[in-house]
Write a protein that binds this ligand. Structure first.
Ligand SMILES: [Zn+2]
Length: 270
């Protein structure tokens, strides 16, 4: 049995949701999510406890608090997961996901980077993990997902393990620095990740067809990015723009530049 030492919670943190009240706090006073591995009595935030991963899937437990999930499931993901619809971690309760996006130091501070030093060698994300901090956290609300078993592709740097294919979202919420993200922050973050996506595609030898799939996925993901205009108007404008761009054979990068320019000019209008 692993000893778990808990410290008082930081006074500047908001009250956690009821499900998270039983979680221990680390030395800094942050609640330690259920999935975190404990090494020598200290939480190792960069590592997940593999037995918890299997339990979360089999028993439908929340990844943050470890209590049973209802029908609604919320994936806490980076913006690039909105492009490929794949996550390396299982879903959480709405309240637990929102609390994490607002207060977790790694999720809420874009300049924090994942430290790789001192990390035990056997800890690795399944598939090709993106190690950058995207700066923007996306909450993906859905009612279904599929577990995929992926094989290692050593030449592409991909590890074997389990990945989660996300069901269609009925709601998305975007956060940056612990508050709702602006459209420009989201677009900046997606843009920063696009080269990594093409790179991973190339390493897996998916060729031109694979690139076209990625282009299409990026265009679809852009539809989820919130907009400052009324819903009906913005959907019409965005749909037409994306349709026109794809018909004209525009690449995802060009489409992104057009989106960003449109975003800047709209802000100027205000
Ligand atoms: Zn929970």
């Amino acid at each position: 049995m692993q000893t778990v030492k808990s410290y008082p919670m930081r006074p500047d943190l908001p009250e956690p949701p009821r499900n998270m009240l039983g979680l221990p706090c680390d030395k800094r006073g942050y609640p330690v999510p259920w999935f975190v591995d404990w090494i020598n009595g200290e939480p190792e935030f960069r590592a997940m406890d593999k037995s918890k991963l299997l339990r979360a899937i089999r028993e439908r437990l929340c990844w943050v608090c470890g209590k049973p999930l209802w029908r609604e499931m919320v994936f806490v993901i980076g913006p690039m997961c909105a492009v490929n619809h794949v996550s390396s971690e299982p879903p959480s309760h709405r309240e637990c996901a929102q609390y994490s996006a607002r207060t977790c130091p790694f999720l809420s501070r874009p300049h924090m980077v994942r430290r790789e030093d001192g990390l035990p060698e056997n800890i690795s994300m399944a598939g090709i993990g993106v190690k950058r901090n995207p700066g923007v956290t996306l909450l993906w609300f859905t009612r279904r997902y599929e577990v995929m078993k992926v094989a290692a592709i050593p030449e592409a740097g991909a590890h074997a393990g389990l990945l989660f294919r996300l069901g269609r979202p009925f709601l998305t919420e975007w956060y940056c620095k612990g508050r709702p993200a602006t459209r420009e922050e989201i677009l900046d973050s997606i843009n920063g990740g696009i080269p990594l996506l093409y790179d991973a595609n190339e390493k897996q030898g998916l060729g031109e067809e694979g690139k076209r799939v990625v282009d299409r996925q990026i265009a679809e993901a852009l539809k989820l990015v919130p907009h400052g205009r009324p819903k009906a108007e913005r959907e019409g404008i965005q749909r037409n723009r994306i349709r026109r761009a794809l018909r004209d054979g525009q690449t995802a990068e060009e489409l992104w530049e057009a989106e960003k320019a449109a975003c800047i000019s709209r802000q100027d209008d205000l």
